[in-house]
Design a protein around this ligand. Structure first.
Ligand code: ADP
Ligand code: MG
Length: 327
């Protein structure tokens, strides 16, 4: 259902010279959703985000927010804000002044902008560090300061370009949880660019998968993972086998791919490897036409009927677990 605060891309194209970075992309970003824009490097994610922010011109098409065409407005008048990497903080200004900066540019008086900056620092758990300089903060704290700085303009849409990529794995997981919580509390739209499937799966209400300048598929993390529409999505999300049956390609989750009794419905395949993963064993196989397959077999099932590399087994699945891929 549409809401008045939705963000909509209408056939948005970005060309750099002759190169098409974003090719007539149309998409509705529902208001108040955590959206992850996911795809491999070079597929057009940052260009899309920068056009929404107004840091890059659209070559063609329109961007609508809350019913207004914002395509040609300057960044500060769009109702969007971009969270820049923490290294974009001004090194000579305190955290408080960094956060208050855009209000200063708008001519807001000192007392008001400081109060507002304090509120936002409190929101991101940084009130006690307001007087520090950026260099006196840890990576995670700089990240929070950058977040507060973006949020001070009360945007309807917050844009984040790979915001967690500079953090170590532990901090990354923690910031991920905090971003999600913050989005819930604020109730605004977050559009978070990432090339990490796990990050998108963990965060997103809606995952938008891009490849080669277009959107391949959009939906809930669960839908995109369970029912990939294209071979690209199945392979990019991982955890799927892509198999040819009756001349058409299908995806089936590797944990729904089973080793079945010989003579059952399925394919013959040769075991190439196995790896213990705690609750499951990942059995690597080569099927007809040199198709590589993985069957995630529950531990007990594997130990009840162990297989060795070189064995030929029957690999099967439930009909309902097969997803026909677009040609
Ligand atoms: P992503 O963020 O998904 O990695 P980008 O949007 O940065 O992708 O880039 C998409 C394509 O556009 C790439 O082929 C990239 O080389 C090209 N590109 C990006 N920015 C520019 C630019 N300023 N000038 C020319 N080409 C660019
Ligand atoms: Mg990028």
């Amino acid at each position: 259902m549409r809401s008045p605060l939705d963000l909509e891309l209408v056939s948005v194209t970005k060309r750099y010279g002759d190169a098409v970075a974003v090719d007539a992309v149309s998409h509705l970003f529902p208001a108040g959703t955590y959206v992850c824009l996911l795809g491999p490097s070079g597929c057009g994610k940052s260009s899309t985000l920068r056009m929404i922010a107004g840091h890059e011109r659209v070559t063609d098409g329109a961007i609508l927010l809350a019913g207004r065409d914002i395509s040609h407005l300057p960044p500060a008048r769009r109702g969007t804000a971009m969270m820049f990497q923490s290294y974009a903080l001004f090194p000579h200004m305190t955290v408080l002044d960094n956060v208050a900066f855009s209000l200063k540019m708008k001519g807001v008086d000192r007392a008001t902008r400081q109060r507002k900056a304090e509120e936002l620092l409190d929101l991101v758990g940084m009130a006690h560090l307001a007087q520090r300089l950026p260099a006196q903060l840890s990576g995670g704290q700089q990240q929070r300061a950058a977040l507060a700085r973006a949020l001070i303009t009360d945007p309807q849409v917050l844009l984040l370009d790979e915001p967690l990529s500079a953090l170590d794995p532990f901090l990354r997981t923690r910031m991920r949880t905090e971003l999600k919580k913050l989005q819930r509390e604020l109730g605004i739209t977050f559009i978070h660019v990432t090339h990490g499937q796990d990050e998108a799966m963990a965060l997103a209400d809606q995952v938008v998968i891009m490849n080669n300048a277009v959107i391949e598929q959009a939906g809930s993390a669960r839908d995109v993972f369970n029912a990939p529409k294209t071979e690209f999505v199945a392979r990019f999300m991982g955890g799927h086998n892509v198999i040819a049956l009756g001349g058409r390609r299908h995806a089936v989750r590797s944990d729904r791919t089973r080793i079945v009794p010989s003579g059952g419905a399925g394919l013959d395949a040769t075991v190439t490897s196995f790896e213990f993963l705690g609750t499951h064993v990942a059995v690597g196989l080569i099927g007809p036409g040199d198709t590589e397959l993985t069957a995630m077999v529950p531990d007990e099932a594997f130990f009840a009927a162990p297989v060795e590399p070189g064995h030929t087994v029957r690999v099967g699945w439930h009909e309902t677990d097969l997803h026909l891929l677009e040609a």
